[in-house]
Ligand binder design. Structure first.
Ligand SMILES: Nc1ncnc2c1ncn2[C@@H]1O[C@H](COP(=O)(O)OP(=O)(O)OP(=O)(O)O)[C@@H](O)[C@H]1O
Length: 257
């Protein structure tokens, strides 16, 4: 059993039902501080529901989700969400706010002084690779998809939350921008030491980012382990994903035809 102080998130026998249908069934796992857990799985297997149970957008039907040593049912939802950054695919930036105001939204809610917010916004934009002089005063519709994702990451980091939940944040990007932003994000995470729970159905992305992989299937974990353990696993559902990692072999394909 690991030390309580090292555990950022713990699922303890968590089931979540919606109108009698179990979306999550008896989920048990721990995420340690500073880890990137990638929840991998096919569409509809319960990844997003799992994230929503962490920031208390949902409460378990039975069992408990612990965040920083306290069950989510004991957390004040607002305080909890300020400790947990949330990045989603559509980013969810406020369209009528500038980039600077979008990034500074949580510090403003926390009552920070204006100068402190401006300095923090500038620091964060630089951290995610955006020149503050160029971007701070633009509106979301004046940015590319990749730039909006960077702003989304900056906003999630604004009040320095120890935990980040990321739900297919880079899914809509072209493959080259996507790889660039994945690599930068990995470096950023190493630099900041945040705990990250990252949802994807892309096994390449999982391999690039994960310190642990949890494979979900029909609301349950069918595999839990490191990338190396994933590659060695004989489970058919794991092998279905590892096959997607094989490089595209054009020569043998041509020879076969
Ligand atoms: N509000 C809801 N009402 C009814 N069914 C729901 C609701 N939210 C989720 N579900 C169902 O629960 C299951 C899990 O959904 P969830 O969004 O967690 O999956 P996911 O793994 O994140 O999928 P994707 O990769 O497609 O986003 C799906 O079958 C979905 O249809």
């Amino acid at each position: 059993m690991s030390e309580v102080g090292q555990v950022a998130v713990k699922f303890w026998d968590v089931t979540y039902r919606l109108k009698q249908r179990a979306l999550i069934t008896q989920l048990n796992f721990e995420v340690h501080r500073g880890e990137i857990l990638v929840l991998l799985g096919r569409s509809g297997c319960g990844k997003t529901t799992t994230l929503k149970l962490i920031n208390r957008l949902l409460l378990p039907t039975s069992g408990e989700v612990w965040v920083e040593g306290k069950p989510t049912s004991h957390w004040n939802p607002i305080q909890l969400r300020r400790r947990v950054g949330y990045v989603i695919q559509e980013v969810g930036l406020f369209p009528h706010f500038t980039v600077a105001r979008n990034v500074g939204v949580v510090p403003a809610l926390e009552g920070w002084e204006r100068d402190r917010i401006s300095a923090r916004v500038k620091e964060l934009l630089e951290l995610v690779g955006l020149d503050a002089n160029h971007f701070a005063h633009r509106y979301p519709h004046e940015l590319s998809g990749g730039q909006r994702q960077r702003v989304g990451v900056a906003r999630a980091l604004a009040a320095d939350p120890p935990l980040l939940l990321m739900d297919e944040p880079f899914g809509a990007l072209d493959p080259i921008t996507r790889l660039e932003i994945q690599r930068e994000f990995r470096q950023l995470q190493q630099q900041l030491g945040k705990t990250v729970i990252f949802v994807t159905h892309d096994v390449q992305e999982a391999f690039l980012l994960a310190s642990k992989i949890g494979l979900m299937q029909e609301g349950q974990l069918s595999f839990w382990g490191t990338r190396e353990e994933f590659l060695r696993s004989p489970l058919p559902e794991v092998q279905a994903f590892t096959q997607c990692l094989q490089p595209f072999n054009t020569t043998s394909d041509r020879e076969a035809n």
